[in-house]
Design a protein around this ligand. Structure first.
Ligand SMILES: Cc1ncc(C[n+]2csc(CCOP(=O)(O)OP(=O)(O)O)c2C)c(N)n1
Ligand SMILES: [Mg+2]
Length: 621
């Protein structure tokens, strides 16, 4: 079949599918793109031709910033449990490098995204082309090489003949739950437009089977023996539980064996918040209930978690001197962490196997009763935090409470950076496995709106509440325009606290006196300590095409959220919140090194406290 490389890519991707449990999905459900000379004549032409002539063609959507497109693809893929994703096409140079942050986010979070940056001429006849880096050490280097370390698969198609193997290699990694992440195929601009006789077989319908890998019997037996030896076991549910659709299997095992469950950021939603064995968030942003159980657990069963420092409270959360880990993970890389008994398997398959193999094992009634009682006590803490009655401005916990009340059981909250992810982790009452979408692998400011767009595209039947701080909004809010253009319904709750409340708090805790974290005028004394800046982000959002409601109080916020639910298109609810009111404490710690020497008293005091924290830190060997 004589096609250009661009046409071949589009045709090939339209024929790719995934399958798990007998259910098939289209792998690439749509395209995002921003055109420039690096892709307009290649992929751009091919996408036009597909739209005009192929009844099966998927939607092409415009992004506003290449980073935002990748975030949307990642949000989409996460919402679809990694069975489907979106492709992103960019021009060369800055269009391509704008994707680096999005690629890293996808890879860190183990989310499949397909990136197709344009690249400089393979023939080099006209080099340096516009936006070419020109590395004097070698002409095969281009700015796209910056995507290499943040991609799980990277290839550059110098010759059309290389395309079939590159495409197949890319699909394998995209659909492999252990290896997935950003997958990049760099496409030189001349090669994209070049014709080649591709074999018909390249374009046949293909189904990539996503396996439910069973645990190896020896590993399962060792894990079972370790769990059976424990009177105080604890399950830590990570994102893998949700991606694997293992939440029913998790609940069955927890109930049968009487093992309480705590959740990571990506794993939140694994259990309904009001299940008697659900301890909620664990670690640095955890509940007091979960952290109390973590501190005394003899065996910690991690399921689908990468054990980030927030989950382990920088290796201080699990304090029993003989604590052991059992790690169920599809990636051996994660399964081996903390010298755990590595059960390399699909989460659901492993949970089902554990349920059978642990028959007869059950924790003491007193242990289970304590879990129920501590979880209930935490929920009372949440209830108080939702209704603080802080004056004159609401506390952030009250904003979260109002949004939680406005959200239906299947609706989704989206967030990524700032003080809200931690507060949401502690306080959000999750009632559906897909109801909580906080990107905390990369915790990337600017993910919120773009990621929320991807979430809504993936789940149009759910209301999506994007919670975004003023800092994140200022960094990247332009995909609001894309949502308006696509007539996507989004409810964005913009929390204005004039700067970085999160980093302000962190700065104070390391003795740095909130230096440089508030958005304030430069004062007469040359410091950034003046009054708050006259920015009006509500007007900004309105100017981008959103319907805007302003809320000054919690009551007004509740009314605005009710109106937002009734309003089509993009709604931004702007609310001022008090940056100085903290969410309820976690009884936990996070390792952020403090200056060892300083002329500032605040730093010396913080350093003493830091050494206290360090004493609780350990290796799990
Ligand atoms: C792209 C990026 N840059 C920097 C950071 C570090 N950082 C984490 S939170 C934060 C401030 C976020 O401010 P805002 O969105 O207003 O939320 P708030 O902290 O006020 O809740 C910063 C700078 C980050 N996470 N991502
Ligand atoms: Mg802020």
């Amino acid at each position: 079949m004589r096609l250009t490389v661009g046409q071949a890519v589009v045709r090939f991707l339209a024929a790719q599918h995934t399958e798990r449990d007998g259910v098939e999905h289209r792998l690439i459900e749509g395209w995002f793109g921003i055109f420039g000379h690096g892709n307009v004549a290649g992929l751009g032409q091919a996408l036009l031709e597909a739209e005009l002539t192929d009844p099966d063609a998927v939607a092409y959507r415009q992004g506003r910033n290449e980073q935002g497109m990748v975030h949307a693809a990642a949000g989409f893929a996460r919402m679809r449990n990694r069975m489907s994703t979106l492709a992103c096409t960019t021009s060369i140079g800055p269009g391509a490098t704008n994707m680096v942050t999005g690629a890293a986010l996808a890879t860190v979070n183990r989310l499949p995204v397909l990136l197709l940056p344009g690249d400089v001429f393979a023939t080099r006849v006209a080099n340096p082309v516009l936006q070419e880096l020109e590395d004097p050490r070698g002409f095969d280097v281009s700015v796209n090489d910056t995507l290499r370390p943040v991609s799980r698969f990277y290839d550059r198609i110098w010759r059309a003949q290389q395309l079939p193997s590159a495409l197949l290699g890319a699909m394998r990694v995209l659909t492999d739950p252990a290896e997935t992440g950003a997958v990049t195929l760099a496409l030189p601009q001349d090669v994209q437009a070049e014709a080649y006789d591709f074999p018909d077989a390249l374009f046949r319908r293909r189904v990539w089977h996503v396996p439910r890998t069973l645990p190896e019997p020896g590993a399962l037996a060792r894990a079972v023996a370790i769990i059976r030896s424990a009177r105080r076991p604890l399950i830590i549910a990570g994102g893998g539980v949700i991606y694997s659709e293992a939440t029913d299997a998790l609940r069955s095992l927890a109930e049968a064996a009487g093992i309480p469950v705590a959740e990571t950021q990506a794993g939140k939603g694994s259990m309904r918040y009001d299940h008697p064995l659900a301890l909620g968030a664990v670690g640095a942003t955890g509940t007091v209930a979960a952290n109390e159980f973590a501190a005394v657990a003899q065996v910690v069963i991690g399921i689908g978690t990468r054990w980030s420092d927030f989950t382990t409270a920088s290796r201080s959360a699990f304090a029993d001197p003989t604590v052991r880990f059992v790690n169920v993970n599809i990636a051996s890389f994660d399964a081996a962490k903390h010298s755990g008994e590595a059960v390399v398997a699909d989460a659901r398959a492993a949970l089902e196997a554990l349920l059978g193999a642990l028959a007869g094992y059950r924790t003491d009634p007193a242990y289970r009763e304590r879990a129920r009682e501590r979880a209930q006590a935490w929920d009372a803490t949440v209830e108080r935090a939702y209704h603080l009655g802080n004056q004159p401005l609401p506390a952030q916990s009250e904003v979260i409470g109002a949004v939680n009340d406005a959200a239906g059981p299947r609706d989704v909250v989206v967030c990524a950076a700032g003080s809200m992810p931690g507060d949401l982790h502690k306080l959000w009452r999750t009632r559906d496995p897909k109801g909580y979408h906080v990107e905390y692998g990369f915790s990337c400011m600017g993910y919120e709106i773009a990621g929320g767009l991807g979430v809504k595209l993936a789940a149009p039947d759910r209301e999506v509440f994007v919670m975004v701080g003023d800092g994140s909004y200022l960094m990247m809010s332009q995909e609001l325009v894309t949502a308006v253009q696509e007539r996507v319904k989004l409810i964005v709750v913009l929390v204005q606290n004039h700067g970085y409340a999160s980093i302000g708090r962190l700065s104070a805790s390391v003795g740095a006196q909130r230096f440089g974290t508030a958005y304030r005028y430069r004062d007469q004394d040359g410091r950034l300590g003046g009054t708050v800046l006259p920015v009006d982000l509500a007007t900004n959002a309105a100017s981008l095409g959103a319907t805007v409601f302003r809320a000054g109080t919690v009551d007004e916020l509740r009314q605005a959220l009710a109106k937002a639910r009734e309003t089509g298109g993009v709604t931004v609810v702007h609310v001022d919140a008090d940056p100085m009111v903290d969410a309820p404490a976690s009884d936990s710690w996070w390792d952020v090194p403090v200056a060892e020497t300083s002329r500032l008293e605040t730093v010396r005091t913080a350093y003493e406290q830091y050494l206290d924290g360090k004493r609780g830190q350990r290796d799990y060997l």
